[in-house]
Each structure stands twice: as structure tokens, then as C-alpha cells.
Design a protein around this ligand. Structure first.
Ligand code: C2G
Length: 128
């Protein structure tokens, strides 16, 4: 079984996120999402989320492309996650291009093109 992992906050969930998850899942047979906890968002990513971790997890688990959701608590856990879960491929949007190449000794690293024209910031601004 080819296992894929990706990480993110996924709030407010939009089709750009879902397109990323779909393409990531298509690279293998099983997709794990490392979902940023509320504490990680606030203390280390310095980004607030509208939905709580539990709410974001509930939403992600309803997406057909997602097989498992685990907490992303810090920047340091990825290498251990890749080993612990037997990951074949790590996937992120290419706004992170190159940032996770340190994982290359442990798994394939793939950066996928972001979906243009959609972001949580844009949604919030458009709703104002
Ligand atoms: N994304 C995308 N297209 C968009 C917006 C987002 O492909 N229009 C992708 C991002 O590139 C990322 C994923 O969707 O791969 C999740 O986006 P965020 O929740 O914004 O992720 P981020 O806050 O960047 O967290 O350790 C990694 C971090 O947790 C990534």
C-alpha cells in the first residue's frame, strides 16, 4: 500500500484545499493528513483558524480523499511521522517549494501547484 502524507490548517476549507487532497491521494492508496492543532497554529504558525481542531478534523474526515487525520503539533514531527507511518510520498502545495527537501532521504517529496484564485484570505476579504 502506497502511503501519502500532507500537512496543513485547512481552514476555512475551500476547493483549493480539496484539489490538493485529491491530487495527493491520487499519488498512492492511502492519504494521511497532519492537521495543525489550534496551539500549533496560534503559537508557531501565528495564524488563527475559524474552526477548532476538532471541527476541522471532522470536516477533513468527511472528504473521500482523506483516509486518516493526525495532529500536527510542531515543525519537527515530519521526519518521525514519515518513519512511523511508513510514508512513501510527502506532498505539499508549491508555496512550500523546497522547504521540506530534508525529507528526501526518507520518502519522495512532491510539491503540487497551488490552485490559483482561492485562499482563506480572499474569502474573508470578499465577504467583508
Ligand atoms: N493550497 C492549494 N491551493 C490553494 C490554497 C492552499 O493547493 N489555493 C494547499 C497548500 O499549498 C497546502 C494545503 O493546501 O499544501 C493546505 O493549505 P493551508 O491549510 O494553508 O496549509 P499551511 O497553513 O500552509 O500549513 O507543516 C506544513 C504546514 O502545516 C502547512
Amino acid at each position: 500500500m502506497k502511503k501519502i502524507i500532507t500537512y496543513g490548517t485547512f481552514d476555512l476549507l475551500h476547493y483549493g484545499h480539496v484539489r490538493l487532497l485529491k491530487r495527493a491521494r491520487e499519488l498512492g492508496d492511502y492519504l494521511i493528513v497532519g492537521l495543525s492543532t489550534d496551539e500549533f497554529n496560534q503559537l508557531q504558525k501565528h495564524k488563527e483558524s475559524y474552526n477548532t481542531y476538532a471541527e476541522r478534523k471532522y470536516i477533513l474526515e468527511a472528504i473521500r480523499y482523506v483516509d486518516e487525520v493526525i495532529p500536527e503539533k510542531d515543525w519537527q514531527q515530519k521526519t518521525n511521522d514519515v518513519k512511523k507511518y511508513g510514508i512513501d510520498t510527502f506532498v505539499m502545495g508549491n508555496d512550500w517549494q523546497g522547504k521540506f527537501d530534508f525529507l528526501k532521504p526518507y520518502c519522495k517529496v512532491v510539491y503540487l501547484p497551488r490552485t490559483p484564485g482561492i485562499s482563506t484570505t480572499k474569502i474573508k476579504n470578499d465577504l467583508k
